[in-house]
Design a protein around this ligand. Structure first.
Ligand SMILES: NC(=O)c1ccc[n+]([C@@H]2O[C@H](COP(=O)([O-])OP(=O)(O)OC[C@H]3O[C@@H](n4cnc5c(N)ncnc54)[C@H](OP(=O)(O)O)[C@@H]3O)[C@@H](O)[C@H]2O)c1
Length: 293
């Protein structure tokens, strides 16, 4: 199977979340537009919408499974009540997370977690399965069993690739140095504090996915300089996010950049804009590179 991770990936943390969830038809149109623009990596998690994001994706991708690279994750507590009470799932999850319930990385939990995700997604294997927001503390507590569970999952063919999502430098470093995972997902690091870590990961052959490209505030003075640069290149401000995500993907260590949207217009700006800017604006990206140094 040579299905590859796509450069742009669609995040789904909002598509089924409280107060923001998309009805099936709207979600289907959004995903179909994404697939048309070669955004064929979908990132989800068991906890997004307490399982509803996976269920919605499962319905949408039914006839396209072979063309889509699906990532899911395990570890955050969530609740699934019987169907009649399912609207309460989301409140239950918020309460659990508000009470700082521990993340769940026991081997048994992870192994049953992937079975549940596959069932909700209505598929027989994932393309990548990740331990969700793994911290160094989680590793101290669960290292032997959580990575063992991932190896077993890969061996059984339940996921083609395995990995972690984390913003914890120590957890990333431990995982890169001491385990045999295939992939890491982490927050985009515009200031390049993690660059040596990413080089190390790349040298070990790991794939790197970045998230939180828009959900982080750039330093105010830097933000002003980015705006000025866009003006100098006669680029409308509505393309700023497109430029930022294209910049991420021009970094040689980054295989995939995730973005979240429930808005067709925003998806269009990014999908179509990426194709246009990545080839024609090398001078702009060289200047951005200097700004972020
Ligand atoms: N720990 C983890 O594993 C982890 C952590 C964070 C994220 N993720 C993954 O990454 C995905 C992306 O999430 P993120 O936190 O990184 O969010 P993000 O993509 O940085 O930002 C999403 C926000 O940007 C807005 N947006 C997107 N395109 C836009 C455009 N062209 N113009 C204006 N606004 C735009 C969206 O609003 P609209 O809906 O209005 O467009 C949404 O409010 C998540 O869905 C999830 O799959 C994983």
């Amino acid at each position: 199977m040579n299905k590859k991770i796509s450069k742009l990936g669609l995040g789904t943390s909002n598509i089924a979340s409280l107060g923001k969830s998309l009805p099936y038809n709207k979600a289907k149109r959004l995903f179909d537009l994404a697939f048309d623009m070669n955004v064929s990596t979908i990132d989800t998690s068991d906890t997004y919408g307490s399982g509803d994001a996976e269920r919605l994706i499962g319905k949408i991708i039914e006839d396209k499974r072979n063309n889509i690279f699906i990532i899911s994750k395990v570890g955050y507590p969530y609740i699934t009540l019987p169907k009649s009470m399912s609207p309460l799932n989301q409140f239950g999850k918020k309460i659990l997370q508000g009470l700082k319930f521990k993340k769940r990385f026991k081997k048994k939990y992870i192994l049953s977690g992937i079975e549940k995700s596959l069932k909700r997604l209505n598929i027989n294997h994932l393309d990548a399965y990740l331990l969700h927001d793994l911290s160094i503390k989680d590793i101290f507590v669960h290292k032997d069993e959580c990575f063992e569970a991932l190896y077993l999952i890969k061996k059984k063919g339940l996921s083609r690739f395995i990995g972690i999502s984390s913003n914890d430098h120590k957890a990333l470093s431990f995982t890169i140095k001491n385990t045999n995972v295939d992939l890491i997902q982490t927050k985009m690091d515009f200031k390049k504090k993690n660059s040596s870590l990413l080089v190390e990961a790349k040298n070990k052959g790991l794939k790197i996915i970045v998230n939180s490209i828009f959900n982080q505030t750039l330093d105010h003075s830097l933000d002003i300089k980015v705006n000025e640069l866009l003006k100098n290149f006669h680029i409308n401000e509505k393309y700023k996010k497109t430029i930022l995500i294209t910049y991420c993907l021009l970094q040689k260590n980054i295989d995939c950049a995730l973005f979240g949207t429930t808005n067709m217009e925003h998806l269009n700006l990014i999908g179509k804009g990426y194709e246009k800017y990545k080839v024609n604006f090398s001078e702009l990206f060289a200047k951005l590179e200097n700004l972020f140094k």
